[in-house]
Design a protein around this ligand. Structure first.
Ligand SMILES: *Cc1c(COP(=O)(O)O)cnc(C)c1O
Length: 390
């Protein structure tokens, strides 16, 4: 059989099941109003929560170091790819996260895979939230430990499962800090006390919480005033750059540096990006007002949608899932939004449960009141048009 023939047959199946994906081309820098495929759209799906991805201070920091250190880092961290900017950034991250040390990875994805495939070993067990990010799932798959899934943020279910599984050497609980499709905040305080009671270690993936949650934007740990054993994060969301990291004890970092394959066998991120991320963290540490502004925009958007009669899921985070229900309707809804100049994707099964198809909105500090009003207005009449609200 010819490869293309076979693949197009498989792609046909993807299309029939409504899961076919396509790229969209951005013709402008990341900001609320963008040109996508040549069309002006107000974007309500970006992870650029604090507007830093296009911030002049980050651009300047990257540019300066770009001229000094060149484009590529030219090696893995353990060969020639470790510059003083990698070191400075790791120290900055450790300080920001209030841990002894930190380790950079090329992405959050690779940080998760690196931690979960090296830390829990044979004879160990990982308890993983049902809605954890794909990179956690892949990390669990690569790990030699067994994985047990518990219901989403269901502490009774987690406790029951912790109680039932005695024969393992070590137990790990792994969770997103803020869940990317549901906007839920993991009950980290409760997870920490269960971990203590059942002698488990806690790994948190704070991709969406870093820069956003907690008084100083340190993430879910700060939000709940707890100190998990391992905190994973990304530089590619609120921080506005690119790359991933792990923060924790010096020994943990030393262990990962020696054992995490996604750290050892990868070219390090460019020094210019480290400098931009460093600048971002300096800004984030002094962005209390920006975070409050973000939260007030989130609350305003959520309550307005609820007043219209929509079911809005999640806690108060910039991720706002608006339930449409029927998959077909959700797709039409997203198309109608685009006609109104709004980009927000429909999220369908299997990413979410059947009957829970949704429009996933994200709000950032840079969205103007006018842009949010336009969003709400459009939700009002499209919802009526499609018989979702009265
Ligand atoms: C985005 C995301 C990641 C991946 O981070 P990248 O730096 O984009 O690879 C990991 N975990 C969660 C929960 C995420 O939302």
């Amino acid at each position: 059989m010819k490869l293309d023939e076979w693949l197009s047959h498989r792609l046909d199946k993807t299309k029939v099941s409504g899961l076919y994906r396509q790229l969209r081309t951005m013709n402008t820098a990341p900001r609320p109003e963008m040109v996508m495929d040549g069309q002006k759209q107000i974007v309500f799906s970006s992870n650029n929560y604090l507007g830093l991805a296009n911030d002049k201070r980050l651009v300047y920091a990257a540019e300066t170091i770009l001229h000094e250190f060149g484009v590529g880092s030219s090696g893995s961290r353990l060969t020639t790819g470790h510059t003083e900017w990698h070191q400075k950034l790791e120290e900055k991250i450790a300080g920001f996260k209030q841990t002894e040390a930190a380790l950079l990875f090329s992405s959050g994805y690779l940080a998760n895979v690196g931690v979960l495939s090296s830390l829990p070993g044979k004879g160990d067990v990982i308890f993983s939230d049902q809605l954890n990010h794909a990179s956690i799932i892949d990390g669990c798959r690569l790990s030699k430990a067994d994985t047990i899934i518990y219901n989403h943020v269901d502490m009774d279910d987690l406790e029951e499962k912790l109680k039932e599984t005695k024969p393992y050497q070590r137990r790990f609980i792994v969770t997103d800090g803020v869940f990317s499709m549901d906007g839920t905040i993991a009950p980290l305080d409760k997870i920490m006390s269960l971990a203590k009671r059942y002698h488990s270690l806690v790994i948190v993936d704070d991709a969406h919480a870093t820069g956003v949650l907690g008084e100083n934007g340190r993430g879910t740990s700060e939000y709940f005033s707890v100190f998990p054993d391992v905190v994973i994060g990304t530089l590619s969301k609120a921080i506005g750059a690119e790359g991933g990291f792990v923060s924790g004890s010096k020994i943990l970092i030393d262990f990962l540096l020696n054992h995490a394959r996604t750290f050892i066998f990868q070219t390090s991120i460019p020094p210019s990006i480290c400098a931009a991320s460093y600048a971002a963290l300096e800004i984030i540490e002094h962005s209390k007002e920006k975070r409050q502004l973000l939260l007030s925009k989130v609350k305003q958007t959520k309550s307005s949608l609820e007043e219209m009669g929509y079911v809005v899921k999640g806690d108060d985070t910039p991720i706002i899932p608006v339930i449409i229900g029927d998959t077909h309707k959700a797709v039409i809804f997203a198309k109608r939004l685009q006609q109104e100049g709004i980009y927000a994707p429909a999220i369908r099964p299997p990413t979410v449960a059947v009957g829970e198809s949704r429009i996933r909105l994200t709000v950032t500090t840079d969205h103007s009141s006018k842009e949010i009003d336009h969003l709400l207005n459009s939700f009002h009449f499209i919802g009526k048009e499609l018989n979702i609200i009265k």
